[in-house]
Design a protein around this ligand. Structure first.
Ligand code: ADP
Ligand code: MG
Length: 679
């Protein structure tokens, strides 16, 4: 029997070799092929180049008027240059690192190129050559392809796919929803995603597919959440309320209202036999650590163990120190376990974890190695959760009897977005800073002004303060990063000699080396620290008051904000200096907004607006789900509607047995999947 999940080679004209080429694109089955949607549609109406904005993505049509010249440079890098003529304007076109395109550029032939417009150079930075198109077809889909699969052969195979298998595409949504939202039928929509006859049809097809994608996502997430809530096989942690109150009273400061609120939310979850999965968001410096400490303390009073997992050794060390300051060592037995813990110590710690002699363990992913066993693990907290893979979190969770889990992150995401996108988690937000902070002053300067800034830095250093200098990552080359950082380090060393000591920190260094440098900086044996972004997460040196960021326009706003959060941690005025020469309006805008606000949530909303979600949270970084057709920002209203509809569906008793809901049930619960959503 023919099935949509049949392997690709069942289609006419697909042999093993072609099938393999397609599998590189993630297309293994007929269904994969039919749902391999274009990432955009190009409106190939001719654009007048005067009207194109700098850096705008456009398609330009023209006649090739020069041979394509390929130049190679560096390691595996190349540039392909040629010119096209549009009306009477000659346009320079370059393609980077796609040498194989050379054969496609044929003198005197018409060509359509999709790329980014560089207004200053009157040049097009090519991204794709579009399939040679018939006249009149002005609305062409553009796919992600690679060296072995071209646009035209992909399109051709998709047609074959529909010819041979199109009849098998069935409706997945209940009629009720289709009517309510006037959605296109699934088969029609799937076809129109690839071959729309006009923009309106394309729009309708996409609207239907986005809805479906979001609805399925929400159904799954809410299913998981319901299941966890219903199971009640989490642990009810009966902490000692009186001791916990005493503990918070002993803290060196009063908790902010926001800290109190989130602490209550967490404590309620702990006491409850449900399995907690909570995301704690709070801007840099908002005081998440103490909230974690309270939760860990609570768990300890109930006779359970807690674990705090962080992404780097430096952070683990630092958390260990802060927790030890907060805890009375006689009361809470803490330990640190990282990759560099000596074998003998490690054995001892493991034994104590197993016997329950350790209450709170702090560490890096060394915590989740196979031989680490707990006596009664009740709570797992991960700091900067976006640095941890989902699998790592899962392993640690499985070490206990379903311990409660708290994810802490300083990457602020607008609340509505967080609730919707992290569908399976509850969200707590610390939206208030501890009182008495002096806001960090942020300035943006152009590179020629840097000497003036360095002179000024001398006066700050003379007052006993310390400074960071951050060098950007140079795309795709760690070696270049190191070179760049080393050059800046040498420059700084010469400039500040002999009065001040400068240290260097970069990603190529061993952990131990990094820790040593960091320690020296903490102890003020180094006054200046030149670093790549390895410093980014959570480091706390209150005496550092200057954050100088080189080529700041290469960073995202969220990252700049993280970096800035490294200063302003003590009682002295702090400064963040952005050195940048932005190449376009957007860059200028981003530098400006940094100087205008210290609020991470405002920044993240602005960043979303300016750059779009794909760039802001590359899904790998943030743990946000990656959608194929939907866009969590521009299609946000659809995401919300989908959430409501999913919730309404889960209200229906045993909805998965209702005839009209079979399509949905099948989509979210394929036979081969482990997870059981349904009772
Ligand atoms: P982050 O949320 O970035 O992890 P931290 O937990 O490191 O922030 O807190 C930053 C600093 O603020 C720490 O030095 C901490 O002791 C201090 N702090 C936390 N909460 C308060 C508070 N309620 N009042 C005053 N200082 C606080
Ligand atoms: Mg922190």
């Amino acid at each position: 029997m023919m099935k949509l999940t049949d392997p690709l080679h069942v289609l006419s004209g697909v042999g093993p070799k072609r099938a393999e080429a397609f599998s590189e694109l993630g297309i293994h089955t007929v269904k994969d092929l039919l749902t391999y949607y274009p990432f955009r549609y190009e409106d190939i109406q001719e654009k007048v180049i005067e009207e194109i904005q700098d850096q705008e993505k456009v398609t330009l049509k023209g006649t090739v008027v020069s041979e394509a010249v390929l130049s190679r440079y560096g390691y595996k890098k190349s540039r392909l240059n040629f010119r096209i003529m549009q009306d009477h304007a000659v346009i320079n076109v370059s393609f980077f690192n796609q040498p194989y395109l050379k054969d496609k550029i044929i003198l005197s032939e018409e060509i359509a190129i999709y790329g980014k417009w560089d207004a200053k150079r009157k040049a097009l930075n090519g991204m794709k050559i579009l399939a040679a198109k018939n006249d009149g077809e002005e609305f062409a889909p553009i796919y992600h392809v690679n060296k072995r699969v071209r646009q035209s052969s992909l399109v051709q195979l998709i047609r074959t796919g529909f010819d041979e298998y199109g009849q098998l595409v069935e409706e997945s949504l209940p009629l009720e929803l289709i009517q309510k939202y006037r959605l296109m039928d699934r088969r029609e929509a799937m076809f129109a995603m690839h071959f729309p006859r006009n923009p309106e049809e394309s729009h309708q097809a996409k609207r239907r597919m986005v809805f479906e994608e979001f609805l399925l996502f929400q159904l799954k997430m809410q299913g998981l959440k319901r299941q966890e809530k219903a199971e009640k096989n989490g642990i009810a942690i009966q902490y000692d309320v009186k001791r916990l109150k005493e503990f918070t009273k002993r803290l060196p400061f009063e908790l902010t209202q926001a800290q109190k609120k989130v602490t209550n939310e967490i404590c309620r979850d702990l006491m409850n036999p449900h399995h907690m999965q909570r995301l704690l968001q709070g801007d840099v410096g908002s005081g998440k650590t103490v909230v974690a400490a309270i939760a860990l303390y609570a768990v300890m009073t109930a006779g359970f163990q807690g674990a705090l997992m962080v992404p780097t050794e430096i952070l683990a060390q630092q958390h260990m120190e802060s927790l030890q300051q907060l805890f009375d060592p006689l009361e809470v037995r803490t330990a640190l376990l990282t990759g560099s813990t000596r074998a003998k110590d490690r054995r001892e710690i493991l034994a104590q974890l197993a016997s329950g002699e350790i209450d709170v363990i702090i560490g890096t992913h060394a915590l989740i190695q196979g031989d680490v066993a707990f006596k009664r693990l009740g709570l797992v907290i991960t700091d900067e959760q976006h640095r941890f893979g989902v699998n790592q979190r899962k392993i640690l969770r499985e070490k206990g009897q379903k311990p409660d889990v708290l994810f802490m992150t300083a990457t602020p995401i607008p609340r509505t977005l967080a609730i919707t996108a992290y569908g399976e988690m509850d969200v707590s937000i610390i939206d208030e800073m501890p009182a008495g902070r002096i806001p960090i002053e942020t300035r943006w300067i152009r590179p020629p002004q840097i000497d003036t800034v360095l002179e000024w830095m001398k006066t700050e250093l003379a007052a006993g303060h310390q400074a960071y200098v951050i060098c950007p990552l140079i795309e795709e080359s760690e070696a270049l990063d190191v070179k760049n950082a080393t050059e800046i380090f040498e420059h700084m060393t010469a400039f500040f000699a002999p009065d001040y000591q400068v240290g260097l920190l970069h990603g190529k260094m061993k952990n131990q080396e990094k820790d040593e440098i960091m320690q020296e900086f903490k102890e003020n044996r180094l006054q200046l620290l030149v670093s790549t972004t390895v410093i980014e997460v959570g480091v706390n040196v209150p005496n550092a008051t200057i954050m100088l960021i080189m080529d700041a326009d290469r960073f995202g706003l969220a990252q700049l904000h993280q970096l800035r959060g490294r200063v302003g941690r003590g009682s002295d005025a702090s400064y963040c200096i952005l050195v940048a020469n932005p190449k376009n309006e957007m860059g200028v805008e981003r530098m400006k907004i940094m100087t205008e606000t210290n609020n991470g949530f405002v920044l993240s909303e602005k960043d979303l607006e300016l750059r779009g979600p794909g760039e802001v949270f590359g899904a790998r970084q943030s743990g946000l789900p990656e959608f194929i057709v939907g866009d969590i920002v521009t299609d946000f209203n659809v995401l919300e509607v989908a959430r409501e509809e999913a919730s309404a569906i889960w209200q229906k008793k045993q909805w998965w047995v209702l005839p009209d809901y079979q399509g949905l049930a099948e989509e979210i619960q394929p036979e081969n999947e482990q997870h059981q959503y349904f009772d």
